[in-house]
Design a protein around this ligand. Sequence first.
Ligand code: VGL
Ligand code: ZN
Length: 196
Amino acid sequence: MKALIIVDVQVDFLPEGALAVPAGDTIIPVINALQKDYDLVVATQDWHPADHGSFASQHSGAQVFDQIELHGLEQTLWPDHCVQSTAGAELAAALNTTNIEAIFRKGTDKQVDSYSGFFDNGKRKNTGLRGYLESREITEIHVCGLAADYCVYYTAMDSLEAGFKTAIISRATKPIDKTAFMDKKEIFLQKGGRIL
Ligand code: VGL
Ligand code: ZN
């Protein structure tokens, strides 16, 4: 059985959003067309409290994109984004959500960021996604959405590590930083992932 994971296709990651991914909106029709090819479609949703520790606004003197240490982990600081129950945290209006059987929210603990749909960045807690996929007898996973170099990449890496045959669909994802994504793609390929 084959699943599609749609990662963080949310208003704040679209071109007008708080943490805009360049051309992020252009992948939505592609994702809508893809969904029919899968036995299961699930989504993730970045879902931060307003005082999340990954927000530059929570650290005096800090700037967006600074690197800090947050409770023992390396952390990039972001603009406030995907705050729980705000318009920016909604799934994109143009995304077809009728096939999505479950949505896994992440980034709810203000002390630790969560790029992957499977675990927080410290791998302290899991979201239940792996168990859900296993219960649905999924063996192969394709990952798409935003952003390619963060949440898509880390979700795909954890999928591989969990033993799923895993691919990233390049025409259905966009990075924040193109060169960073090229390097991460190499690592993913070396670990046995595929780029479609
Ligand atoms: C993401 C940075 C911060 C993502 C989420 O969805 O790729 N990136 N939070
Ligand atoms: Zn976030």
